[in-house]
Design a protein around this ligand. Structure first.
Ligand code: SAM
Length: 237
């Protein structure tokens, strides 16, 4: 049986994520793919001491270590990355799958603000974190040590392809009345451009899909444009 982490090595949750992503469906596969996604990391006692983030304001990006708390605890040695169409299997340690031992996640996110008026709240952007995600650690990103554009990335050599996104007049009208219309539209476009449908559904289809973003239900479907390219159309918000 696996070797358990024995005290005093037990891990504590240092904070929780409040995110634009209330559901798993629709969250991009990695951070940076939807730069408009906003989140707040609320530190929990006793880690919500402003002294613990002194100097963090001088960094633009952070590594967050967290737990995939809404993934099942089981792990398997082989996983089926959506990137490979959902059928091909590779080793879990050759993937960024959520179905991994200890369910540990690691995301590089943009730090856009620090509020220490009541405890500590970090404003984040461009993340891939589900609302409620428990965070175990925060580290400042060091480009000189960690940015390796020459590295090779196996079966995921670049960001996934993007699809065009359009809005129906009804969806435009629903957005127009919101004070956050610009950032919400940007978030919807960036998330739908990733085509969140299951990997095996990549053509136009009559079926409508729904996903929750921020506090709205976005209903969309995949259609073909004049050149036969698949685009996603927001039909209702
Ligand atoms: N960047 C991280 C990494 O590489 O460890 C996460 C990559 S994982 C492929 C990204 C997916 O994790 C998202 O698309 C979302 O569906 C899922 N996810 C995000 N937060 C989660 C949570 N708290 N519990 C379970 N799944 C989560």
């Amino acid at each position: 049986s696996p070797e358990p982490l024995i005290p005093p090595f037990a891990l504590d949750v240092i904070g929780r994520i409040e995110s634009d992503y209330p559901d798993k469906f629709g969250i991009p596969r990695q951070p940076g793919l939807a730069r408009a996604a906003q989140a707040r990391l609320v530190l929990l006692p006793p880690f919500d001491d402003p002294l613990a983030v002194r100097g963090l304001e001088h960094f633009s990006h952070l590594w967050l270590s967290f737990v995939f708390h809404r993934s099942p605890p089981r792990w398997t040695p082989l996983v089926r990355p959506p990137r490979l169409g959902g059928n091909a299997k590779i080793g879990v340690f050759a993937s960024r799958s959520t179905h991994r031992p200890n369910r540990l996640g690691l995301s590089l996110v943009e730090l856009t603000g620090i509020d220490t008026s009541r405890g500590v709240r970090l404003e984040l952007r461009g993340h891939d974190l589900l609302d409620g995600t428990p965070v175990l650690d925060i580290k400042p990103y060091l480009p000189w040590a960690e940015s390796l554009p020459e590295a090779c990335a196996g079966f995921a050599p670049e960001a996934p392809p993007q699809r065009p996104v359009t809005f129906s007049p009804e969806a435009d009208a629903a957005l127009a009345i919101r004070t956050d219309r610009d950032s919400l539209r940007e978030l919807i476009v960036q998330v739908l451009a990733q085509d969140p449908r299951p990997a095996y559904r990549n053509g136009a289809e009559e079926r409508r899909y729904g996903l929750r973003l921020r506090d709205v239900d976005v209903r969309f479907r995949a259609e073909e444009d004049e050149e036969g390219r698949v685009r996603l159309r927001v039909v209702e918000i």
